[in-house]
Write a protein that binds this ligand. Structure first.
Ligand SMILES: [Mg+2]
Length: 232
């Protein structure tokens, strides 16, 4: 991590979530648990089964919906299948608290940038609600709003993932800053670095997560603060 806040020269930062603010705990992404290639779809599937739908049919409906609404969010499944929203969110939150860890040094940096008056936006390959759930685990969001992020560019907001230059252009076009006043903070040298830089972004901060999943001691408890594990 860069030592001084003065080393960060942009007025505005687009900040990645996965591998930057939060990460998945070891063992949390077992493909055997997936439904339709997703680790949270089992929550919808279980609730549909509890409502009397045969599991194979529930899976089919979930997968069909995810294909039909390309840039889906979790609320699309709640609405389409008449699922009990609070129960879904309780289970989604429980999953996130159990399976995510938080990079404390990124948290400290973001809070410092926010205090310093820099504008922060999320730029993530998660859907909007997915971003909020992860920010909640990090203590950066509550009741559907973030304490430090002015905006959240999730996949269903900018219609795609960060590997698509158009997605970056959509996000950049909404910022009240010229691209050269904008920086990125992320862990993917290409998506968070090379690509936005090719579109005129003035600064890219790439955190080194090569020693990927950290050792024990970095898990953030649901209510409190974990110890730092990040390399950045
Ligand atoms: Mg990332």
């Amino acid at each position: 991590m860069i030592a001084s806040i003065k080393d960060y020269r942009s007025a505005c930062y687009l900040v990645d979530i996965d591998g930057t603010i939060t990460d998945y705990r070891p063992g949390s992404m077992d493909p055997k648990q997936f439904v339709g290639g997703n680790f949270l779809f089992p929550i919808f599937c279980d609730l549909m089964v509890e409502q009397g739908i045969v599991r194979a049919e529930a899976i089919k409906r979930i997968v069909d919906l995810a294909e039909r609404i390309v840039y889906w969010d979790y609320t699309d499944f709640i609405a389409a299948f008449d699922l009990p929203a609070q129960e879904v969110f309780d289970r989604l939150r429980a999953w996130h608290h159990e399976n995510l860890l938080v990079y404390e040094s990124t948290l400290a940096l973001l809070k410092q940038l926010h205090r310093d008056g820099r504008k922060l936006y999320v730029m993530s390959n998660n859907p909007y609600v997915g971003c909020l759930l992860k920010l909640e685990v990090a203590g950066l969001a509550e009741d559907g709003a973030s304490s430090i992020f002015t905006g959240i560019f999730g996949t269903n907001r900018v219609l795609g993932c960060k590997s698509d230059p158009t997605v970056w252009k959509r996000a950049l076009s909404e910022l009240p800053f010229e691209p050269d006043q904008v920086g990125t903070i992320g862990d993917n040298p290409k998506e968070d670095g090379q690509l936005p830089r090719s579109l005129g972004v003035g600064e890219t901060i790439i955190l080194d997560r090569n020693q990927k999943i950290p050792s024990p001691g970095i898990i953030l408890p649901a209510s409190g603060h974990g110890c730092d594990c990040s390399i950045g």
